[in-house]
Design a protein around this ligand. Sequence first.
Ligand SMILES: *[C@@H]1O[C@H](CO)[C@@H](O)[C@H](O)[C@H]1NC(C)=O
Length: 309
Amino acid sequence: MREENQSYILDFILLGITGQQQQEDVFFILFLFVYPITLIGNLLIILAIRFDVHLHNPMYFFLANLSFVDILFSSVTIPKMLTNHLLSSKVISFGGCITQMYFMIALGNTDSYILAVMAYDRAVAISRPLHYTTIMSPKSCILLIVGSWVIGNTNALPHALFTARLSFCGNQEVANFYCDITPLLKLSCSDIHFNVKMMYLGVTVFSVPLVCIVISYVRVFATVLRVPSTKGVLKAFSTCGSHLTVVSLYYGTVMGMYFRPLTSYSLKDAVITVMYIAVTPMLNPFIYSLRNRDMKAALGKLVSKRIPS
Ligand SMILES: *[C@@H]1O[C@H](CO)[C@@H](O)[C@H](O)[C@H]1NC(C)=O
């Protein structure tokens, strides 16, 4: 019976961000700018770090890894949205839909864990400077990054598998511009209780790094405040403040999106997903490097090397 129902479903229809043609056009233009900025911004970070030996340390390796994940993350959804809009098509295949969902969750979680690794790295550097090189040895850096990837993919696999097994009974209209887990679950005519429980478990796994980030920044502040230097305190607050802004935007929107009853979802929530799908991957390279003199110097060198004046 289940297989029979499923065989009807070949494609899904992506309803878009608001479903209104004019607003979709606006978002199309917005994404047309946001996506290249995300790619170029993150790529420049990776190249600047690769080619500047001054930046060959854990903090920048983690930043390069974050940029790499952000490039992949935004490439899972935005190019499909752009090409569909250009072709005036709303179609995504069943396989494409499940694949998109898998990589969304996997890369979103990897991103979340790398953000925590970066905060932990700063906390160790500032509160235990003498032990920094032993704690952040090359081996533990690789372990932290591999760990982030493993957790991300492990968290995504059950959702993709259990969603792929659902029946859809001819309901094909996904209320978002990409295949997100909640609109897909709402479409299904199977019993989704288990899937919803898995989703809450998944968001919990996603949110664990937020606790590490908060603890790390509390440790940073505590250390900085112990050494009274107005300049140091201001610098720490402005740097950590901008990090905390993107971090809270990211976790706040994701948690607000998935930690709630499935019945409360509608197409208007798609606008909220734009925040973590498009905005945070674009902001990350700027937030983590603009206030940073070494990073700016490396970027300057990179650009002047390529474009001889
Ligand atoms: C990611 O981090 C690892 C370990 O610190 C490092 O060896 C690797 O070069 C980084 N990846 C990128 C894309 O910079």
